[in-house]
Design a protein around this ligand. Structure first.
Ligand SMILES: *Cc1c(COP(=O)(O)O)cnc(C)c1O
Length: 345
């Protein structure tokens, strides 16, 4: 039996339909713009996000980097959350490769940044200061518990950005999860933003890739940056074919992942040794901690779970992250809860 892998939705294997589409994909040289499958995926993604154009990139990290570099020049500043993936987990690429200065604003527990904090972070026109160019939000917000950021809040940040002549980028790695949780379209969530990245390779189950979307002029700039980063791929329509199936079949499934996250959370909350983060999971992530009665560390519990074929993310000395996805069903949720019960005795 394969392990029950709850470490992340990045572990998702492509579906049989995706593998079939990949085998049959019509491909061409995408650096010449001649891969019809990539062109179709990019058009589909742009349309679903309500933007003029899309650009297939190798990863979410590359998509965010290409976006920041297309918005900002050397020494310009981007305002982002202190718990933003781009700040914490993208190897400092915006500074190392783009010479873009980052200004961290405090992320509230709900993944937002207070409007007054954003406002205060925008620089005055002063030779001492870098030039603020961009605000970046994240939706769903990974480190804040997979919370979904509302249309209304996003709209207000977009207004603030545009009043000051700034652009708004959304790291929407899991934007479709946010859309499913809030019961709005991805386009509504993306509307206030000048650019959005989303991952095909997470809950949408495709093996590789993200898509960056924005205006035609913006995507043209990002396209050059992608080439500069070594991201000009050739017959990558093989990958895009899976992405098309992902966009066609997966968004409708995400509500099930979210239901299972709530099921998992309820089961874990009923165990004496586990304390769940406040509030039911909004999307596909469950964060929980060991209470003081448990003498073992999270790493030790995770090792014992692994012996029982259950893999979980350890995100602190006594803290876990568990992520539901397409390959987790009601039965595997029940088995994961049972494994937790066994290892904590
Ligand atoms: C996963 C993730 C990324 C980066 O995606 P990769 O494809 O792993 O590079 C960016 N932002 C958020 C919020 C993510 O969760």
């Amino acid at each position: 039996m394969p392990p029950i892998d709850l470490r992340s939705d990045t572990v998702t294997q492509p579906t049989p339909e995706m593998r079939a589409a990949m085998a049959q994909a019509v491909v061409g040289d995408d650096v010449y713009g001649e891969d019809p499958t990539i062109n179709r995926l990019q058009d589909m993604a742009a349309q679903m996000l309500g933007k003029e154009a899309g650009l297939l990139v190798a990863s979410g990290t590359m998509g965010n980097l290409a976006a920041v570099l297309a918005h900002c020049g050397r020494g310009d500043e981007v305002i982002l959350g202190d718990k933003a993936h781009t700040f914490l987990y993208e190897a400092g690429g915006i500074s190392a490769l783009g010479s873009v200065h980052s200004r961290q604003a405090f992320n509230q527990p709900d993944g937002t940044i207070r409007l007054e904090d954003l406002q205060a972070a925008i620089r005055a026109d002063d030779v001492h200061a870098p030039i603020t160019r961009l605000i970046a939000l994240e939706n769903t917000h990974n480190r804040c518990g997979g919370v979904a950021i509302s249309v209304e809040y996003t709209r207000r940040v977009g207004e603030l950005a545009h009043e000051h002549g700034l652009a708004l980028h959304i790291d929407g790695a899991r934007l479709f999860n946010a859309a499913a949780a809030l019961q709005v379209s991805a386009a509504e969530l993306a509307a206030p933003a000048d650019s959005v990245t989303f991952c095909l390779s997470k809950a949408l189950c495709a093996p590789v890739g993200s898509v960056l979307c924005g205006s035609r002029a913006f995507i043209r700039r990002a396209h050059r940056v992608r080439k500069m980063l070594g991201g000009g791929m050739r017959q990558a329509g093989i990958l895009a074919a899976a992405g098309i199936v992902a966009l066609e079949t997966m968004p409708a499934h995400l509500a099930q992942d979210h239901r299972r996250a709530r099921l998992l959370a309820q089961g874990l909350a009923a165990l004496p040794g586990i304390e769940l983060d406040a509030g039911a999971p909004q999307t596909n992530m469950v964060f929980c901690s060991l209470n003081p009665s448990v003498p073992l560390s999270a790493a030790e519990i995770a090792a014992r779970l692994k012996e029982r074929q259950v893999l979980v993310g350890v995100v602190g000395a006594r803290r876990f992250r568990l992520v539901t996805h397409y390959w987790i069903n009601d039965e595997t949720v029940a088995r994961a809860i049972e494994a937790f019960r066994e290892v904590m005795i």
